[in-house]
Design a protein around this ligand. Structure first.
Ligand code: NAP
Length: 320
């Protein structure tokens, strides 16, 4: 099969399009013929400095496609079925071996390209908002990096739950595009202080919850934007800067900072069912899956470079 592989960590141009051996099906797994790869923020971070599990390594968490082989011990999936899949690596390829547990059937008629985007971005946003963020209707949430994959999912899920939604982005143009998905107030963090803008927008109350997938100095702004009993769901490090924060303001306001890692619970019944519900909700139009651009798999290096240019709003796909 063909795959986008790399032999060393680095910038997008470490990705090469090469012939590699076809995968072997594990007894508890399946193999899918990939129809769409959803490139995750974590895929670009792994390419930059993550472990190379194979040599050459095939990066990538998410892909959707059609099952072409089923392991001997798998009884609930069958050849020909369309599924969205997640695993620690291996999405950037024509064929993907994946544990059967990490497959979610795609409802008839729902575009696999859209389904490919849902498990990680929407599942993570859901956990940040509800499982760990305890968001309730009527509360106010701040989504850092609102134009990201996790951010756009969080904006829509928070709005659907009856929250007021604030979000940050690096330009007014990016913020304007978020209005269509439920954004109430945008903050351009290049021209405005985030905590000061939040306090102005909330009558100095601060927000109830922040979803922060950027980390570094951004995380400090998230903590300083909290109101009484406010919570931060800290979920990523897209900014690639050290996490040095002063947590001094948490205690006096009964505030909290929680780490969120979907991968630690993705095999549980709770997370599996939550993701299937999100896929089913998307299939009936409960929210929108935003695809910014598609590239052929052979142009994976250009696709990663495009993501790192920060022009994308929503997801960039690779099509084998
Ligand atoms: N813990 C978990 O379970 C989990 C799950 C999913 C994702 N994540 C993590 O969450 C983060 C975001 O993932 P994603 O898929 O939403 O990412 P994405 O779609 O690639 O978007 C990342 C966004 O971060 C903003 N950003 C701020 N500083 C940046 C920088 N120095 N370089 C690049 N982008 C920067 C950019 O928006 P602006 O230009 O508008 O600022 C960009 O659009 C990643 O660190 C990922 O690993 C964690």
């Amino acid at each position: 099969m063909k795959a986008a592989v790399y032999y060393e960590n680095g910038s997008p141009d470490v990705l090469k399009y090469e012939e590699v051996p076809d995968p072997v099906c594990h007894p508890k797994g399946v193999i899918i013929r990939v129809s769409a790869v959803s490139i995750e923020g974590g895929d670009t971070l792994n390419r930059w400095r993550g472990p190379l599990v194979r040599h050459p390594h095939i990066v990538g968490y998410q892909a959707a496609g059609q099952i072409v082989e089923v392991g001997a011990e798998v009884t609930h999936l069958k050849v020909g079925q369309w599924v969205a899949t997640v695993d620690g690596f291996g999405s950037h390829a024509e064929l993907r071996p994946v544990p059967a547990r990490n497959c979610w059937p795609i409802p008839d008629g729902f575009d696999p390209r859209l389904a490919s985007v849902i498990p990680v971005a929407f599942g993570t946003a859901h956990d940040c908002l509800f499982e760990f963020g305890r968001l309730k209707a009527g509360e106010t949430v701040l989504v850092q990096a609102g134009a990201s994959g996790v951010g756009l999912a969080a904006i829509q899920l928070a709005k659907r739950a009856g929250a007021t939604v604030l979000a940050t982005a690096s330009s007014d143009e990016r913020l304007a595009r978020l209005k269509a998905y439920g954004l109430d107030h945008g903050i351009n963090y290049r021209t405005h202080s985030v905590p000061e803008s939040v306090m102005k927008l909330t009558d100095n109350k601060g927000v109830n919850l922040v979803v922060d997938s950027v980390g570094g100095p951004t995380l400090q702004g998230s903590i300083l934007s909290l109101g009484y009993r406010g919570r931060v769901s800290m979920v990523g490090q897209a900014g690639r800067e050290p996490m040095t924060v002063d947590v001094g303001s948490l205690m006096g306001g009964n505030r909290s900072l929680s780490g969120v890692f979907l991968g630690a619970e993705i095999m549980t019944d709770r997370a599996h069912d939550m993701i299937q519900t999100l896929i089913d909700d998307a299939a009936r139009g409960a929210f929108q899956v935003v695809i910014d651009r598609e590239f052929p798999l052979s142009e994976a290096a250009a696709a990663h470079a495009y993501i790192e240019s920060r022009a994308a709003v929503g997801r960039v796909l690779l099509i084998p």
